[in-house]
Design a protein around this ligand. Structure first.
Ligand code: NI
Length: 192
């Protein structure tokens, strides 16, 4: 097991489209996943995509902590989720509705931004044992999956933002939340 170095915004690996994994159960993929999980926990993250650790493959890990559960409309898809590994994931929006919410990213340290995301999605992918995962997601669960899958297509959250006045240093939020985001959930302590 090893803690891996996290690429920061500007590194070319974060701009490229990641390659699908041919064999989800391959030993080298299993080792990558173990190291990604260890790196995510070490960095106090809620999610991590393989390109963030300089590996341009379509693998993401995430979890939905209890304190982030039941956001949005609080439907079943917003429940807390255990540590999930998704290989070759795909996403389908189940609504045209989007919601603005704070996001932080381990590759954009110190900053948070208000990002519009689909409020309800269906996603699928493969688990490390090769079995199929299919879930519906809402709230933070939907947000973290959209954020992580964007990493696989070379997209960082600032590129999804529609109002760059809502990109700021998290520490400065102690001086007050911008008017447009009053009433929104607080930014999570855990970046993704
Ligand atoms: Ni990220």
């Amino acid at each position: 097991m090893a803690i891996l170095k996290i690429a920061r915004m500007g590194h070319p690996v974060l701009r490229q489209t990641a390659t699908p994994v041919e064999d989800p159960a391959a030993p080298r993929i299993r080792a990558l996943i173990r190291n990604m999980v260890e790196t995510m926990h070490d960095a106090n993250g809620a999610g991590l995509a393989a390109p963030q650790v300089h590996v341009p493959l379509r693998v993401v890990v995430f979890h939905v902590p209890e304190d982030r559960a039941d956001e949005g409309d609080g439907g079943e898809g917003a429940a807390a989720q255990p540590l999930t590994v998704l290989i070759n994931p795909e996403i389908e929006p189940l609504t045209a509705d989007t919601e603005l919410g704070w996001e932080g990213c381990l590759s954009v340290p110190g900053l948070v931004g208000a990002v519009p995301r689909f409020t309800k999605i269906r996603y699928g992918g493969f688990a490390p044992d090769g079995s199929r995962i299919e879930r519906e997601a809402e709230g933070f669960h939907a947000r973290v999956v959209q954020h992580e899958c964007d990493h696989l297509d070379g997209i960082l959250y600032p590129q999804r933002m529609t109002d760059l006045s809502l990109l700021l240093f998290q520490e400065e939020l102690r001086h007050g939340v911008p008017e447009a985001m009053q009433g929104a959930e607080e930014p999570e302590a855990e970046a993704v």
